[in-house]
Design a protein around this ligand. Structure first.
Ligand code: HEM
Length: 158
């Protein structure tokens, strides 16, 4: 093998320095993952998802009874609070100032069957908006964490 001259050694050193300076030789840096809020498309996307989801809940034969006596303004208030809650829970800039899930749902006697229908409605909404599986799973996990405070009537024992 030919011996490296001082000149060629210097050339190699300069090449390395240039590559390092340009970032080409630097090890790939892992970017921190964007918040779920951002990956869902931000505030307007979340608001559109919530509007569609609540529309399905209110139109659902079994679930409509929960909203039957609510005025238009009361439904708008619930809608806004759900938007704020999901925005805040997914890392967005909103602050949730509503009641706790326990306080808001206690006494409504929401059953396991009601819950399954609501989750089905949410999945249908997320599919309609073509939300990717990863974001869908993360949002469903966040919403499911609220279940113990929302469902107060346990499923009948088999
Ligand atoms: C079977 C499922 C559900 C039913 C039937 C249901 C029903 C209701 C009803 C009737 C209210 C109004 C209570 C009142 O003003 O007295 C309410 C409030 C609310 N719900 Fe639900 N809900 C369900 C699931 C959820 C889920 C999954 C979330 C969160 C993603 C949620 C978030 C809220 C919020 C933020 C409020 C307003 C709280 C406040 O007034 O301060 N609910 N819900």
């Amino acid at each position: 093998m030919p011996r490296m001259t001082l000149r060629s050694a210097l050339a190699v050193l300069i090449l390395f320095a240039l590559l390092a300076g340009s970032g080409i030789a630097a090890p790939p840096q892992k970017q921190p993952e964007a918040s779920l809020y951002k990956r869902l498309g931000g505030y307007d996307a979340i608001a559109a998802v919530v509007d569609d989801f609540i529309g399905r809940l209110v139109a659902d034969k079994q679930l409509s009874r929960f909203f039957a006596g609510a005025s238009t303004d009361s439904k708008k208030r619930i809608r806004q609070l759900v938007v704020d809650q999901i925005c805040a829970a997914t890392g967005g800039p909103c602050v949730y100032i509503g009641r706790s899930m326990k306080a808001a749902h206690e006494g409504l006697n929401i059953t396991e069957s009601d819950w399954q229908l609501a989750v089905g409605d949410l999945v249908a909404t997320l599919d309609k908006f073509k939300v990717a599986q990863k974001e869908k799973d993360e949002l469903l996990a966040a919403v499911s964490s609220l279940k113990p405070d929302i469902v107060t009537v346990s499923a009948p024992k088999m």
